[in-house]
Design a protein around this ligand. Sequence first.
Ligand code: TXA
Ligand code: MG
Length: 364
Amino acid sequence: MRTRTMTQILPVDLASILFSHGLRVADKTTLHHLQVAASTLQKSGGVVGFPTETVYGLGGSALDDASVQAIYTAKNRPADNPLIVHVASVEQLERKLLAPGQKIPAIYHKLIEKFWPGPLTILLPIQEGNGFVSPISKYVTAGQHTVGVRLPSHPVARALISLSDTPLAAPSANALTRPSPTLASHVYHDLKDRIPFIVDGGPSSVGVESTVVDGLVDPPMLLRPGGVLLEQLKEVDGWANVIKAKKTAGKLEQVKTPGMKYRHYSPTARVVLLNGSDGDDAVAAFLSDNKDKKVAFLRTKCFAPVDGVVDRHLGSTGAEISRNLFAMLREVDELGVDVILVEAIEEDNEGLAVMNRLSKAASN
Ligand code: TXA
Ligand code: MG
């Protein structure tokens, strides 16, 4: 039986968190709230919702079984879906996660230089043997022989990991199958009474999750498109021939990214994708076939506003569309619509991650 926990939101002032010579926090309340969250993360079983530049995460010590289990419990997450570990520096990664003498594989050096801190997750081998046992909780890796690691750029994420000196296992802080949270209020909506604290650092700026890559195979693989673009990866030495992993797999199939096989990003309403090339007639036809339904329309680049629906403009650029996607799916869902029509975009640049999330939201 789970004990009920009152969830407290801890607001922080981002501008007061500075990293010039080590961490310095100018605002007293912000410092206090970060310390409350960091000390919770140092306790066995302690978990905290916190902002990252991609989406909000639900963090707990990656080195503590009880903390990692508390994450799975709060989210109702299937036990075979591994978690990403977040570090505050490469130095901390080497000191806290790697085996003695273990080096970060050379294939990642240029990627790390270019994209860390930022929305990129790399897979590293877990080294055990010669008496060395990996300090990473076995629940983080969920049976994989690798661990996904990223160094987030968000000041709150970095501050919490630095203050606690604890690498944080953190999935997106949504309830299972819901769109990932980009605001503290989304986390509260999904996880209230299941976690003690949510640090509120305002909206996540990227809006879709990190890009997950596997450089341990040849050619290297893009396992999940995200904040770092495939086009940007390909410009890096050793990554020109990176290939995309297949999008879906059966429930029992062993996949490289276990998260891919689960229903995801789903509002309660049915999500239907429309191509701009279908023209405004396609929208009119859909609406006349669904007269009894309450419909929301999330437009991007081609479609004109439509009367009689909940009309929203998702954005004109890929970055805007990424930033608004999950928040707008949640917002119109809360209005109780039956169907969310979404204008599809090209699957390049930011469109690759956006369409990956939308096709999952629409596939049920
Ligand atoms: O931007 C992000 O990555 C956010 C923020 C909070 O950092 N986190 C996030 O975590 O999206 P999550 O758990 O929602 O998604 C992690 C994805 C899943 O699809 C999981 O299967 C995959 O990464 N993953 C994690 N570790 C892996 C591993 N060792 N091998 C293959 N896939 C892995
Ligand atoms: Mg997730």
